[in-house]
Write a protein that binds this ligand. Sequence first.
Ligand code: COA
Length: 202
Amino acid sequence: MSSSASEKYEISAIPAPVPDAHLNNYISIRLFALRTDPDSFSSSYAKETEFSLDQWRSRIDPSHRATFFATHSIGMENTRLACGEWAALLSTLSPDFFSSVNYKLPSTLSVSSLDNDFYVLVGLWVHPSHRRRGLARRLINASIDWVRKKVSSDGKTLLLVEVHRANEAAIDLYRKTGFESVGEDESQQSIWMSFPLNAASE
Ligand SMILES: CC(C)(COP(=O)(O)OP(=O)(O)OC[C@H]1O[C@@H](n2cnc3c(N)ncnc32)[C@H](O)[C@@H]1OP(=O)(O)O)[C@@H](O)C(=O)NCCC(=O)NCCS
């Protein structure tokens, strides 16, 4: 991919407090993603289309997560009607989020909730018209930078992602971004991958 193609896009984070325009864009792109790639997500269009505005607001509440999105500098004429103003989306859930819902990592992984705090990348999606232009890689790198700024190098904090075993594109993407497998969850047919937060930044 040429750098000029990549430079047409800007990566931003949803700010706090969340403006209504951001909330509307998030809802549009998320519902479109669930309809377009239902096998890539553990949730479903049928479930989320029933969400109230309060549920959507809590979904992007910046106190427990960062949500990065990509916009195209010359507009999204070809996709605006379908998914709003954004071309791509990625959220990173923080350790506070997992404590608040008492979530524990699967016991089959080589890393454990008992020994580690963990951030998890969720909901990565790039509009089909904007794929293979480096957007996913840029969103992941923005998330890695965000996590690195929040944690000291204590060796105890992890950045993880869960990917369906059949999603070869996403597995290849995460490998290329520096993630390594830390085990599988048979019940979800998924692979968990971890990014080496303590390695020196490139
Ligand atoms: C997977 C997905 C996020 C990739 O987004 P993208 O912006 O096209 O990815 P990038 O352009 O940043 O690609 C970076 C690398 O990922 C890998 N990759 C991306 N798409 C791929 C594909 N379709 N097949 C194989 N490898 C792929 C490649 O290694 C690529 O590097 P390269 O272009 O130098 O070969 C996108 O296809 C998508 O939204 N899929 C549906 C939703 C999904 O699967 N989300 C992940 C849930 S864990």
